[in-house]
Write a protein that binds this ligand. Structure first.
Ligand SMILES: [Zn+2]
Length: 256
C-alpha cells in the first residue's frame, strides 16, 4: 500500500499533498513529525502545524532548539505540569496559535496573555480545520506551575484525511485504551515509555496492543534521572513483538 500511495503521491502537486480526499484505506500518510525533546513534537498534517506539550527552554537536552523558530497553528497540551506547558504561552503569543487543552489549562494560559484557546474535556470532540480532535482519558495528575488546579490530564485522538494518530500525554496503562483502539483505526501513536511517572516500555507495548497500533513514537524518557531508559532494550522489545518503536533524535524530522 505504501508503494502504491507513494506513486500516487508523486503525481500530486505541492498544494495537493494536503487533505486529498480519499477513502481511509487509500490514504497516503504524509505526516511530518519533528521531535523537540521530552514529550514535545511538531506534527504537520493537512497543511497545519500542530505542536504538542512544549517543554524546551527548560530542557538541557533540547538546548540547541530555538523556541523562537518554532511555528504553530495549534498547541495541544495534555495537562498543566511544567514539563508539558513551559513554552506554550511564549510560542502561542508569537505565532498566534490556538491552545487546545482542558478547560483549566486553557483558562490559565489565557490569563497569562494567550489570545486564542479552545477548551475541551474527556469524551468531547471538535472538528478543527485540520481534522477532528477527540479528548480521551489519561491516568495521571495535573496542576499548574503556580500550584493552581490544572483540571484532568488528557490524551488526544486525532482523525484527519491524511491519517489518524493518538497522542497519549502522560498516562498509565489503562483498559480505556481498548476503547480508543475499538473506536478508530490508529496509524501512529505517541506513547510515554520512561516509567516512574508514566507507563514503562513493557506497559507501552501492552498499550500498543490495546490501541491496535504497531507504529509507536516513544516520549517522556531520558529527560531527567527518574526516566532514563535503555534504548536497545526498548527497541528490541517492540521489534520482537513485530512492532516499530521510533526513538527520535531531538531536532530530527521524520515523515510517517
Ligand atoms: Zn510529564
Amino acid at each position: 500500500m505504501f508503494l502504491v500511495n507513494k506513486l500516487y503521491f508523486s503525481f500530486l502537486s505541492n498544494n495537493q499533498k494536503h487533505c486529498v480526499f480519499l477513502p481511509h484505506k487509500e490514504i497516503f500518510n504524509f505526516m511530518k513529525v519533528t521531535y523537540y525533546g521530552h514529550s514535545c513534537f511538531g506534527v504537520e498534517i493537512c497543511g497545519k502545524k500542530l505542536l504538542f506539550d512544549p517543554f524546551i527552554s527548560g530542557n538541557e537536552k533540547a538546548k540547541d532548539i530555538d523556541i523562537n523558530k518554532i511555528e504553530a497553528d495549534y498547541i495541544l497540551l495534555s495537562h498543566g505540569h511544567e514539563d508539558h506547558i513551559l513554552d506554550a504561552a511564549a510560542i502561542a503569543k508569537r505565532t498566534g496559535a490556538t491552545i487546545v487543552s482542558n478547560f483549566e489549562v486553557v483558562n490559565w494560559l489565557m490569563k497569562k496573555g494567550v489570545e486564542k484557546g479552545h477548551p475541551m474535556n474527556h469524551g468531547g470532540s471538535w472538528m478543527f480545520d485540520f481534522g477532528k480532535v477527540k479528548c480521551v482519558v489519561a491516568v495521571h495528575s495535573s496542576s499548574m506551575p503556580d500550584g493552581t488546579y490544572g483540571g484532568n490530564p488528557v490524551g488526544f485522538l486525532i482523525e484527519t484525511k491524511e491519517g489518524n494518530f493518538y497522542y497519549a500525554g502522560d498516562t498509565a496503562l489503562t483498559y480505556d485504551m481498548k476503547l480508543i483502539g475499538d473506536y478508530k483505526q490508529i496509524d501512529l501513536a505517541f506513547l510515554p515509555i520512561g516509567n516512574n511517572f508514566t507507563m514503562s516500555i513493557d506497559n507501552a507495548l501492552i498499550a500498543s496492543d490495546f490501541i491496535k497500533c504497531d507504529k509507536i513514537i516513544g516520549m517522556h524518557y531520558d529527560t531527567f534521572g527518574y526516566i532514563v531508559i535503555d534504548h536497545k532494550e526498548a527497541l528490541n522489545k517492540f521489534n520482537n513483538a513485530g512492532k516499530d518503536l521510533f526513538l527520535m533524535k531531538i531536532g530530527e524530522t521524520k515523515e510517517f
